[in-house]
Design a protein around this ligand. Sequence first.
Ligand SMILES: [Zn+2]
Length: 308
Amino acid sequence: MRTHQGDSVRTGLSRIIRVLAVAAVAAVLCAAVAGCGAAEGRAWGAQAGHLAAPSSTDTPVATRTQAASVSESATPFASRESSPATSASSAQPPVPAQPSFDATAYLGKTIESVKTDRREVAITFDDGPSPNTEKVLAILRANKAKATFFFVGERALGRQQAFARDAVAQGNEVGNHTWSHTRMKRVGPGALGYEIDRAQSVLTSATGSTPLFMRPRSGKIDAKALAAVQSRGLILVLWSIHPSDVNPSPSAKVIVRRATRGVHAGSIVLLHETNDNTVVALPGILSELRHRGLRPVTLSQLMAHGTP
Ligand SMILES: [Zn+2]
């Protein structure tokens, strides 16, 4: 009898434990799903708000709020990055870019330079935003020059989000340099889509301007990556002038010489804003271009005035 009662108590307790365990697992799953959904909602909400009020320079408070929103969303997205192929199916739809010119002729091509009668060139800066972005912007401003920044999506979060915003607010252009600076030839189709779309979303949110241009790391791309870029209506932009300003960095003087050697109307110059010597070289590069009557403009401006 005693034994039987003991068994009943044990059976009852084990049932309760099982029920509690199932409830706990369900609660954890619910929290995880709701958490992801809330984070996406915040990111899109912030983006929509920014697009509705693109004059970010005169709404610093709203911008700071938005920066916080994007920063918060960084954690769940960063955790997604560990399995981008599986998360790609639930990735946000890319925001369509709205070119300020007829971009039809440039879509589906790899652009290294532009044919133009105008004395214009495009200077492009890869790998930011970075602690050097504001210095580059100040030099461009002082020289009345415009440029295009190929930003890495995950670097345009937190404090550096403001650098990306300032670049566009100053009349420069923003391009997509992937979400995590990945080598596009080494990732599968799902991860490729994620790398492009996540960067589009974050850069649009940070700057209020949706990138129209895409540049893969090191300019290396294969057929599947090219297809992923083109299917999103992005223009693939490489370069015609590359002073090899990184790994290892030459002196600023050498960078000036290499960046301006052979430059002509329609050239696209690749520089890396992350390199201190490049920043030191920039005034010299702009001075030499001015000396030759070449005006640094954004890629959109260069393309609007020329042909592929
Ligand atoms: Zn790069």
